[in-house]
Design a protein around this ligand. Structure first.
Ligand SMILES: Cc1cc2nc3c(=O)[nH]c(=O)nc-3n(C[C@H](O)[C@H](O)[C@H](O)COP(=O)(O)OP(=O)(O)OC[C@H]3O[C@@H](n4cnc5c(N)ncnc54)[C@H](O)[C@@H]3O)c2cc1C
Ligand code: FES
Length: 501
């Protein structure tokens, strides 16, 4: 599956690694990494970006790209966990991020469409209460929202909150402009090189998957889920996967809408396509590796779209994941036990277009010894009982997923027949879970245990990948790493390898 943004786009070029040591190494070439790198390069630092795959390969190239300060029910959720001051800090930081990105797009001729953002209730009752709560929370932090009893949408609605004049774009246009500007400013963009480790003593030295080492005074981990475990972020993040479609559809609503349902529906339009306008639909989200069938989720979202947008012609279907922090506010700053040399930015909870830039502005200031005043309440927040409770619930979910995976593997002894095309299964070979799948006529057998912390993998029947239900690492059928906190591929298993261990 490939997103509308990544399809039919020439690759963004990179550079050779030209030195052994830099002022700053930024790991990850998504929106967070490239914006941070550009800010630091403009400030005169020698910066290298190290990207495992290609620019925009993971979340940013697969996002919905609504650049909005009204973010579903985000503000009312933050208010349930934190003081008004923290919520204000989040909105002020997002406004900084949003305005920086809009200025950048304008000065680099990146097309942007201005649209109202809407959080709508799909039916009366609790959903209207949630939308109303968002209206109150948004007003409290000074956003000029209005309430509409009958939003003009071709889907069922029972009222919604609207924030005028937000923005949307093609995220790959943004990344292309950021990468170009970064390289023009003297930065080095290295693609196709995964960071697989870091020295823990002295100044940072990063280990690459080709055996090379890169030294840097400071390291920024802009990898989605942080790849180093010393901050224990994997235990404080929930990996959330959801699905996107693009349709040719002349009557796509010109509003960026998101429902308050627990499995929300997202709508926006985009220019282009056979009808002159495209409709983008998102939703069907779940914790990574914990859906019974990802393909069924995709089908349900497709059916929902055809019900309310008859005649829409599907052109693209894709899926992607982002990480929610246990207290709903992103983690941005120095990595605990990182000696003040490692920094992270994560936990954008599917609202990274403004938050990733907010994080980049914050990190580049921190690397110059300052913390922006708008960031301080977020940085100094204390986890209250709700946050502790959610952290415990998240880890109980991880424990249940681990136990379930082990039981599932134990119940399925090795089979002699290869899985059918597009299918994968976990089986027990001796005591060891092995993941066997057939994709494009090729049968692969790899370890069924995630290389991060040993979760038993689940087959993703939409993406044809092995997904970890613990902290969201994902691997291709051949065992190579796709995303998540894991950095090493799955071991290859030849048939019967463990029988005599
Ligand atoms: C379905 C979906 C819809 C969304 N819609 C919106 C929206 O409408 N509005 C909004 O504001 N936000 C949205 N988001 C959230 C937003 O897209 C993300 O928060 C944002 O793109 C995160 O950017 P990033 O740079 O932090 O991560 P990424 O874009 O994932 O970049 C991380 C990069 O790090 C690289 N990497 C990882 N590990 C290594 C390693 N070991 N070595 C080297 N490189 C490595 C990866 O290959 C990747 O390129 C959505 C998210 C999803 C999943
Ligand atoms: S991602 Fe942590 S165990 Fe798999």
């Amino acid at each position: 599956m490939i997103s509308l943004w990544l399809d039919d786009r020439p690759p963004i070029p990179g550079d050779q690694l030209d030195r052994d040591s830099y002022d700053v190494a930024v790991v990850g070439a998504g929106l967070t990494g490239l914006t941070t790198a550009l800010l630091l390069a403009h400030a005169g630092r020698h910066v290298v970006v190290l990207e495992a795959r290609h620019v925009g390969a993971v979340t940013t190239g697969n996002t919905t790209a609504k650049l909005s300060l009204l973010q579903g029910t985000k503000l009312s959720t933050i208010r349930r966990f934190h003081s008004r001051k923290v919520a204000q800090s989040y909105v002020d930081g997002n406004l900084e991020g949003q305005q920086w990105l809009l200025r950048f797009c304008e000065s680099h001729d990146v097309p942007v469409q201005r649209r109202d953002a809407m959080t709508y209730a799909a039916d009366p009752g609790a959903q209207v209460d949630r939308a109303r709560a968002e209206f109150v929370a948004a007003r409290e932090v000074g956003l000029p929202v209005r309430w509409e009893d009958r939003p003009d949408l071709p889907v069922p609605t029972a009222g919604g909150v609207v924030l005028p004049d937000q923005a949307q774009f093609d995220p790959m246009d943004v990344l292309e402009a950021l990468a170009g500007e970064f390289r023009s400013a003297g930065g080095t963009l290295v693609l196709g090189r995964r960071v697989v480790g870091a020295d823990k003593v002295g100044s940072p030295v990063l280990h690459l998957d080709d055996g090379r080492r890169v030294a840097a005074r400071k390291v920024v981990l802009a990898t989605g889920a942080p790849i180093l475990d010393r901050g224990l972020y994997f235990a404080k993040l929930e990996p959330l996967r959801s699905y996107g479609f693009a349709f040719d559809h002349a009557d796509a609503p010109q509003v960026m809408a998101l429902s308050t349902e627990s499995t929300a529906h997202s709508l926006r339009d985009a220019p282009g396509g056979a009808a002159g306008t495209r409709l983008l639909v998102g939703g069907a989200g779940h914790v990574v590796g914990r859906a019974r069938s990802e393909a069924d989720r995709l089908d349900r979202l497709r059916e929902w779209t055809h019900r309310y947008f008859p005649g829409a012609v599907e052109t693209h279907a894709w899926s992607a994941q982002d990480y929610a922090s246990h207290d709903h506010v992103p983690y941005v700053g120095a990595l605990p036990r990182g000696g003040g040399d490692y920094y992270v930015a994560t936990g954008f909870d599917k609202w990274g277009m403004a938050s990733a830039v907010m994080a980049a502005l914050n990190l580049s200031a921190q690397l110059h010894g300052n913390t922006p005043s708008w960031a301080k309440p977020m940085a100094h927040r204390i986890t209250g009982p709700r946050g502790v409770g959610r952290g415990l619930a998240m880890n109980a979910g991880v424990g249940a997923a681990l136990a379930g995976g082990l039981a599932e593997a134990a119940a399925h002894p090795e089979s002699r027949t290869a899985p059918a095309e597009g299918e994968g299964r976990i089986e027990r070979e001796g005591a060891v879970p092995v993941a066997t799948s057939t994709v494009d006529g090729r049968t692969c057998r790899v370890s069924g245990l995630c290389t991060h912390l040993g979760g038993v993998l689940e087959w993703n029947d939409a993406e044809k990948s092995w997904d970890c239900p613990l902290h969201g690492s994902r691997f291709a059928a051949d065992g190579s790493v796709l995303e998540g906190p894991a950095v090493t591929p799955l071991d290859q298993r030849s048939r019967g390898e463990d029988r005599h261990e």
